[in-house]
Write a protein that binds this ligand. Sequence first.
Ligand code: IVH
Length: 684
Amino acid sequence: MAKDTDPREEIVELRAQVAHHLHLYHELDAPEIPDADFDQLVHRLRALEDEHPALVAELNADRAGSASPGQQVGGAPSAAFAPVTHDVPMMSLDNAFDVDELRGWGERLERRLGDERTIDLWNIELKFDGLALSIRYEDGLLVRAATRGDGSTGEDVTHTVRTIADIPHRLPAGAPPVVEVRGEAYMRKSTFDALNDAQEAAGLKPYVNPRNAAAGSIRQKDAAVAAERGLSFWPYQLGRVDDGPELLRHSDTFTFLESLGFVVNDHHRIVSTLDDVVAFIREYERKRHDLDYEFDGVVVKVDELDMQRELGSTARAPRWAIAYKLPPEERATRLVDIPISIGTNGSATPYALLEPVFVGGVTVTNATLHNEDQVRAKDVRPGDMVIVRRAGDVIPEVVGPVLSERPAGSTAWEFPTECPMCSTALVRPDGEARHKCPNLDCPAQVRGRIEHFAQRSAMDIEFFGERTIDLLVTEGVISDVGDVFEFDLEVLRSFEGFGDTSIDNLRAALDRSRTRPLGKVIFGLAIPHVGSSNAALLAKAFGSLQSLSHATVEQIEAIDGLGTVIAESVVEWFSTDGAQAILAKLDSGGVRPVAPEVSTLEPTLSGKSVVVSGGLANYGRAEAKAAIVDRGGKAPGSVSKSTFALVVGNDPGASKVTKAEDLGIPILDEAGFETLLETGELPV
Ligand code: IVH
C-alpha cells in the first residue's frame, strides 16, 4: 500500500482484511492467502496502530469497543462447539521475519530488564504448524480439551482430543490436582499422505495440507472420524497448574511434562546468545523437509521463568517469546500456459498453469499472476521453468523465470485481446492495472454476480450453489439477480438431479431470503466499491432500495465513512436501465428488505465528537456512547483536538482530563452532559 495514504483509511482497510482472513483461517479452516502475506498485513496494521494510538482509540470506540483484529489472538469460537473459558488466556506470539527483528527484540527485552542485565539462557524450539490446544486434568484425569479460540474463550473439543494417542487420559499418581497442558495437535506428513490417498480412492476432495487436515479433524462432531485420522500432539507450555512442583526454567517445564507421561519434541535447545539462536534457525531452515511433521518457524523463549514474569505480556502475546518465521519455500517447475480468468466484475486475471509441483506441503498446479504489469515485470513466458513459492499456506506465487533454462526463440507474453468466455475485446481502463471484459452479459460475469448475490453474507440463499446457478445461467433461465426470485422453479425438473425435495428446499430458501436486512441486499447487488460495511452504512442512511436509487453523490458523500468514489459508483450503478429493471424485478419477486432501525432522536450532536470518561450515575458506558451516537455524534475513546467536549464522571482517566485541559476542550459533568445531549450546546 502506498505510504501517502490516509492512515485512518489504511487502518480501516487493513482491519477489514485481517478480520476476513482470520475468519477464513480459524473458523472455516480455509485460508485463501499465504500465511506470510497474512503476517505482513498484521505487521503493517500493528505498526500503523502503534504509530496512531488516538486513531485506534477512536476507531475502537466507533466499533462499540471491539478490539482491532490486529490485537486479536485467533478466530472467534464457533457456535458448533460448547465454549470453554481459559483460566489462563492462551496467548499468541509476536513474529520476527528476519535476524534484525530478532536481535531488536532481544535488545528491547534487555533494556526493559534494565541495570544492564543480560539474558543468558534462551530456549529454542520448533514452531509446529497445527492447532493449539489446552488440555485440562483434574485429579489426574483428562476432563476437558479446548481450542484457543479468541484466546480467552475456545471450543470444547474433548471428544476428538481423547482420540489422540500422544495425549494421556490419566496422569501418573502424584500429579497436581489441576494441570493444563498446552501444545499443538498436528498431523504427521506420512499420515496426511495416506489420508489423501484414501480420500482420492474414495473419490473425495483431498485435504490442502496437514494443518488444515488436523484442524478439520479436531473440529469434527464425530470422534470416530477424528480417531481414524491418527493425529499427534506436541506439548510446549503449561496453563493453570495448582500445587505443582516449583519450576525455575522453561526447560524444567519440559521435564515436568515428561514426568506426566507426555512426549516432548526432541528438537529444542538452550543457548546463551542470540548468535546461537541464529545458528539454530539456519540449521532448521536446512532440515525443514527432513522431519515427518511441518514447522513454519522457530520459537525463542526466555528460559528463566522469573524473568518471564518480570517481562510480562501485552494484550495478545508474551514479551518473553517470539516466533521467527521461516521464509516461504521455493521450487522450480514448468509454466505450461498463462490463461485468463474472468471475475464477477469482469476483471480479467492472468494465472500460471503449472506442471504439478510439490511445494510448501501441497501440490501446486496454478498460481495467480495478478495483472499484465506483474507478468511483464516478472517476464514469465509459457514454456519457461519458473520458481514457485509457497509458505505453509494455500495460495502459491510465481517468483520469476529461471532464465538459464529459457527455451531458445521464446518471446514475451502478450495479454490476450479477447475475453476467453465471450470473445468481447478486453479493455484496460486508464490508470488501472487490471484488464476488464466490458460485456456485462458475459456469462462469467452473470454467474459471478448471481453467486455473489446468493452468498451467505448477502441474500444467504441456501440450496442455490454454483452448480444450480451455472445450469440456470447456461440454459438462459436467469440472466441477472432480478430473475432469482422470479423464475419458475418448475424448470429445474428438466435438469438431472432435481426433484420434489430439492425444488421445495430451494423454494423455501428463497422465501426466507425475501426478508433479508437491507444492508445485505445492497451488498448483494455487487455495486463496485460497496463492500458489506459500506452497504450497511447506505442501508442505515437511506432505509430502502427505492430511496437509495434516487440518492445523489452529495447525499452519499455526506455519510460519515463514505467518500466520493463510493458515492459516484452507487449513483452510476443505479442510473442504468439494467439496475432499474433489477429493482423492479426484485420488487415483483416479493423481495422486501428489512430496513435497519433508525434513531428517532434529534441529531443534536451531528458532526460533534464527545468523549466520556469515568462512571456516570444515569448511564452505563455503552449507554452513554449510544446516547451520543443516536444523536448523530461520535463517541471516541480518547481526547484529540477535534473533541467537542469531555464528559467526566466518577474516577475519570487522568490523562484524558489533562489532555482536554491542555487543548482547551470543555469539560462537563453529568448534568452538563444531559444539556449537551438535549441541545447540542455547551451548558452556560
Ligand atoms: S508457545 C504464550 N511454542 O504458535 C505462548 N507456541 O503464533 C504460547 N506454536 O498459539 C505459545 N509451536 O499455537 C509456543 N513451540 C511452540 C509453538 C507454539 C507452535 C503455536 C501456538 C501459538 C501460536 C502463536
